[in-house]
Design a protein around this ligand. Sequence first.
Ligand code: SF4
Length: 181
Amino acid sequence: MQNKPRLLLHVCCAPCATYPIKLLQEEYEVELLFYNPNIQPEEEYQARLRETREYARNLGVKLHELDYDVDIWFRAMRGLEKEPEGGCRCEVCYRIRLGHTAQFAAANGFDKFTTTLSISPHKDTRMINKIGKMTEGMYMFDFYAADFKKDDGFKKSTQMSKESGLYRQNYCGCIYSRKEE
Ligand code: SF4
């Protein structure tokens, strides 16, 4: 039997990863990457990382982790603090996370990369995929343009998270999005 191509999935949190992992495993050998320096405060970052580790372990899926580059993230956000969710601040935030994912995928022999981010009804899928494609150009590497919220994807992920007893946060990640809740 022919081996499936290897795909690196950037995971923003365990609940958002549930349905995309299941869907992608039909076609790919999926591994996960946790790179989210946007999550504040650090206790919340640790909580989401712990939950992702446990979910990956239960599924038997390999999880890679990069550093919590919170200083780099805040530097990149200078002047964008007051942007509303979905605006320029998020665009820069996606670029940082997808850029690192593409770099890691290219350095570690994956065939494609993508992100769970498009599963959220609050996220602009077109913006995410545009950035993914741009990043693809920078690293000469294939981006899988997805819209995981399609076909009730978000509803399915909510159901799957409930079944697995996963913790689901009530804000996107950064302190600015927390204030908007
Ligand atoms: S709202 Fe979410 S996507 Fe936007 S900057 Fe904050 S953490 Fe990043």
